[in-house]
Design a binder for this molecule. Structure first.
Ligand code: WT7
Length: 647
């Protein structure tokens, strides 16, 4: 058992929520009451919430249609528009002057965009996209740095019913090409470049490279000038974003679409095959983005400044940098740059300068900040903070305690949120002013969410570890995998006969009903809160001409949570510098987040008699742990020694 898990199992501290503040859900009793409402009338309660929180053009006639389970339909008959919900209705309510987005660049530049301005930009972008022939249902790939134009592009898609697919800017051109092709995108929106560590990195050349082969559906590239770096353009195909928007009117009638109209596709890694395009639709996703802003963060749009540090290339950036805060009519902060640039105080400086009140980040960032030292947060006035959130991987109690003590001054609630790309928004999280917290536990399922821990047969397990499942559908659930219905059913619903959604995580429920997430039970790695499939990295390695076979496993990493260890069998002789070359190869195939930390070479890989790679054995070797597997049946015993050798 890893040290992190042992310490979680021994954790018994508990902290009361801060007193004196009435949150949306002000007490555990109120939480229980809301839960009871869901048990009494599941559909009716969801229906009431959807009616109250969203602006509908046509009211829905049915809350939940389970007839085609596990393909669930929410809010049938309803018509609405996401950008209208995020923009027009706030302007109409007299909030046009309120800041929607505060953006800070790495060099310290600041832009403040009001709701009125954002609406105008979104309308111009939507008109420009229409002029390029983009219609409802068309796919638009967004490959951009963390700049307001990225949010404008997302909202503009929703305004005309186009489906966006944001690809994280650090993914390679090959990874980008795969996604463009799988989605069948008609348009790519990108920027010349972005800022990182005081320098400009180029994005547009990756788009050119991606489009140099295949990608026949792409007609145009909209190019935002931001980095100022020289980039080649293709006449007729490439169009300057600002020029295109400038000639457009600042009004664009929002297209009302059905509740289940696709809003976006977001690619994420699975245990097998290529990344899957997770499909989210309109009404349910938007409802839950807004409700979880209220419930988990106690977001008050009139007063709070909300900062989620995630890039919009991930689901966290979608739901909590863009849709959640804007659907509530509040202010969201976007920062483009490295959080520790020019020094480890940058995050806290931003919190002070903008008076951030709700801060949401990942355990990997917290661990890096701990390492940098307590003197950095001590330099800044953090008194505006009132809620601290974390997401992406299990948070070790030590990191939790530091967040609580050093940043929260033992006064602020720590909101550890468990969820996934597939769930659209938080599933298990404390209510900041109601739920007592325990370091390392995401605490209790949110109202309306039926989470449980079960054994292989679907029987509830209390006290011991088991598989985390969701036993009822929820509005922001994925609606499928783009272009692959079978994979959707197989991955999430096959295991428990279409009754339970299988999350792929292991978890334990303690005597208070608190959930302790133990991490993935499949071949998915979580590296710095980024999800990667071992098979994806293996395929990347095997595509190198000198590699015959490869196996990739995770190993505990103090900062990143999990590190990547690759075991490689070569076709020919080992050559000097091969490990570095293979690392670079993986980076070019997938992106820098997939770079192996450790590569080891051997004549063969340890396999069972039936020919399966002994992954648990490899994980033990990678972590430098004692080997527990029976290796007496291995043909070549020396392989183990070879694999234990670092290059
Ligand atoms: C996987 C989902 C949800 C946005 C970021 C990641 C792990 C996520 C927690 C948490 C323990 C967590 C799980 C999950 N995870 N949040 N609070 N505690 N583990 O989204 O890339 O879809 O990854 O991240 O293993 O399955 P994702």
């Amino acid at each position: 058992m890893s040290e992190a898990i042992t310490s979680v199992l021994e954790e018994n501290r508990s902290f009361e929520p801060p007193a004196g503040h009435q949150g949306y859900i002000p007490s555990l009793a109120a939480y229980e009451a809301l839960k009871a409402r869901f048990s009494d009338d599941f559909d009716g309660t969801w229906g009431d919430l959807a009616g109250q929180h969203l602006l509908w053009r046509e009211p829905f006639t049915r809350v939940l249609n389970r007839e085609k389970a596990p393909f669930f339909h929410w809010f049938e008959g309803g018509m609405l528009n996401v950008s209208e919900n995020c923009l027009d209705r706030h302007v109409a309510a007299g909030l046009g002057k309120r800041t929607a987005i505060v953006w800070e660049g790495e060099a310290g530049q600041v832009r403040r965009i009001s709701y009125t301005e954002l609406l105008a930009d979104v309308c111009r972008a939507a008109n420009a996209m229409r002029e390029l022939g983009i219609k409802a249902g068309d796919r638009v790939v967004i490959y951009m740095p963390m700049i307001p134009e990225a949010a404008v592009a997302m909202l503009a898609c929703s305004r005309i019913g186009a489906i966006h697919s944001v690809v994280f800017g650090a993914f390679s051109s090959l990874a980008l090409r795969d996604r463009i092709e799988d989605a069948g995108a008609r348009l790519v929106i990108t920027a010349d470049g972005g800022s990182r560590r005081g320098a400009v990195y180029a994005l547009k050349p990756n788009v050119d490279e991606a489009l140099s082969e295949g990608c026949h559906t792409v007609r145009h590239v909209l190019l935002v000038r931001h980095g100022g770096n020289e980039v080649p353009t293709v006449p007729g195909r490439d169009i300057d974003w600002h020029q295109a928007l400038n000639v457009q009117p600042a009004e664009c009638e929002p297209l009302a679409v059905e509740s289940e109209h696709p809003l976006f596709i977001l690619y994420t890694s699975g245990s097998t095959g290529k990344p899957k395009g997770i499909l989210h639709t309109t009404a349910g996703y938007l409802l839950w983005s807004r409700l979880t802003m209220c419930w988990s963060f106690d977001f008050n749009p009139a007063e709070d400044l909300f900062w989620c540090t995630a890039d919009i290339g991930w689901i966290t950036g979608h739901t909590y940098s863009v849709y959640g805060p804007l659907c509530c009519g509040g202010t969201t902060l976007m920062y483009e740059g490295v959080p520790t640039w020019p020094d480890a105080g940058r995050i806290w400086k931003i919190c002070e300068d903008h008076a951030v009140s709700i801060f949401y980040t990942a355990p990997t960032a917290i661990r890096a900040l701990i390492k940098a030292g307590d003197e950095w947060p001590a330099k800044y006035d953090l008194s505006s903070l009132r809620v601290l959130g974390t997401v992406g991987e299990p948070i070790n109690p030590e990191a939790w305690m530091w967040y609580y003590r050093v940043i929260g001054k033992e006064k602020l609630p720590i909101v550890d949120t468990w969820w996934q790309t597939e769930t659209g928004g938080h599933m298990i999280a404390p209510l900041p002013f109601a739920t007592p917290t325990k370091p390392g536990s995401a605490t209790l399922p949110l109202p309306g969410i039926d989470a449980a821990v079960v054994d292989e047969f679907g029987h509830t397990v209390i006290g011991d570890g088991g598989l985390l499942v969701l036993r009822q559908p929820w509005p922001s659930m994925l609606r499928g995998i783009w272009g692959d219905e079978k994979r959707y059913v197989d991955t999430y619903w096959r295991k428990f006969g279409s009754r339970y959604y299988f999350a792929g995580d292991g978890a334990r429920i303690d005597e208070d009903g608190y959930f302790w997430i133990m991490g993935r039970v499949d071949d998915v790695l979580n590296v710095s809160g980024h999800r990667l499939g071992t098979m994806e990295i293996e395929s990347a390695l095997v595509s190198h001409h000198q590699v015959a076979e490869a196996a990739v496993v995770g190993r505990p990493d103090e900062l990143k949570g999990e590190g990547i260890c690759a075991f490689v069998v070569l076709k020919g002789e080992f050559t000097e510098g091969l490990a570095a070359a293979l690392r670079a190869h993986v980076v070019s195939q997938i992106g820098a987040i997939a770079r192996p930390d450790d590569i080891r070479f051997a004549n063969s890989l340890p396999k069972t008699r039936s020919g399966k790679i002994m992954r648990r054995l490899l994980r033990d070797i990678a972590a430098g742990r004692e080997i527990t597997d029976d290796i007496s049946t291995l043909e070549d015993q020396t392989v183990i020694e070879q694999l234990q050798q670092r290059v």
